[in-house]
Design a protein around this ligand. Structure first.
Ligand code: UDP
Ligand code: MG
Length: 327
């Protein structure tokens, strides 16, 4: 089981956007966790906390620079402008993948329990390449946040965008997976829905999610809806299928309506012109929706093509086939 060389080099990747209140509180927590894991002999002394400043307008970057100057375990990247949580995180992960063995991504607001990292690292040594941090309850969230977040996962699932339930972006990903992930060249990224697509052995670790230590959430309902919509439209073409299905259904219904209108007209019970108008409207409505759906199918295919996702990923090779210089 333990064929992975211990200790490994860990990068904790932390996206930060306008977090000057909370960063000074959480940075020591991340540092402390590095120390604990180092003492446990699981990670190397040169492991790092990598902050990604996502174009903050406050003193976040200044704080990161100060942290880094005082302790080399803290490192930082600064994006040229605000690109959003997902892009900032991706940037950090891509930067980290060539320098470490494993990464753990976590928000910088202290909501995710850093103590779960130990369990994640253990799962990695147990053979998992991706370990999802899943919150075990939402006791501390307000009813509204809980309800909207729960609906979010249900909506995503029913629309064909599979995600790990109650998992946000607290996750261990090995450098090996990240190197494969680098081939996913799409621009609409929704990381928690994309990592399951990479494959490899994965598992989950459960933790209690607490309240923000300071500052306020950047994900109000409006942004959450936008994230859900992005997730659905970048992972699945199910909404297009629904339009096609609706078209077939309405066409069938209008066929019955046409039959009815014809009978009414033939038996002389209809007002002059009523039947022909109704037939035209019903028939055209149905045909239009079907056509839209069919066109949508092609647009959907083009959409998936332009992403240029790899068609397959080799996870292992026999001795003879593996070429060490490719590593
Ligand atoms: N974040 C970011 N760029 C943004 C918005 C948020 O890097 O444009 C970071 C933020 O600093 C935090 C994480 O993403 O570390 C999650 O954001 P937040 O805590 O506001 O979301 P919530 O936990 O309320 O869903
Ligand atoms: Mg948060």
């Amino acid at each position: 089981m333990d064929d992975i060389k211990t200790p490994v080099r860990l990068f904790i990747v932390v996206p930060c956007y306008n977090e000057q209140e909370v960063l000074p509180l959480t940075a020591p927590l991340f540092r402390e966790e590095l120390r604990r894991l180092t003492e446990a002999g699981r990670i190397t002394e040169d492991s790092r906390v990598l902050f990604v400043n996502d174009g903050s307008r406050d003193d976040t970057w200044k704080i990161i620079r100060e942290l880094s100057a005082a302790d080399p375990h803290f490192q930082g990247l600064c994006l040229s402008r605000n690109r959003g949580h997902q892009n900032a995180l991706l940037c950090g992960l891509m930067e980290a993948k060539d320098q470490c063995d494993i990464t753990i991504s976590i928000d910088c607001d202290g909501q995710d329990d850093v103590r779960a990292m130990e369990a994640m690292v253990e799962e990695y040594f147990g053979g998992a390449e991706i370990v999802y941090g899943v919150r075990s309850s939402r006791k501390t969230d307000t009813f509204f946040k809980r309800f909207t977040a729960q609906s979010f996962y249900k909506l995503m699932g029913s629309m064909g965008a599979d995600t790990v339930y109650n998992h946000a972006d607290y996750r261990l990903v090995s450098a090996r997976v990240l190197k494969e992930f680098a081939n996913f060249r799409e621009v609409n990224i929704f990381l928690r829905g994309m990592f399951p697509l990479v494959g490899f052995k994965s598992t989950s670790v459960y933790y209690e999610r607490s309240e923000r230590l300071a500052g306020k959430s950047h994900y109000p309902l409006k942004k959450m809806l936008a994230l859900a919509f992005d997730g659905i439209t970048s992972l699945s073409v199910k909404p297009i299928r629904i339009i096609t299905g609706l078209g077939v259904l309405i066409s069938a219904a209008s066929f019955l309506l046409i039959l009815y209108a014809f009978i009414a007209w033939a038996s002389g019970r209809a007002v002059a012109g009523w039947a022909s108008t109704l037939i035209a409207v019903a028939l055209l409505g149905g045909i239009q929706l079907i056509s839209l759906g069919v066109i949508g199918e092609y647009v959907g295919k083009i959409f998936l093509e332009t992403k240029r996702r790899p068609r397959y990923i080799v996870s292992e090779r026999t001795e003879e086939l593996s070429s060490p210089e490719k590593e």
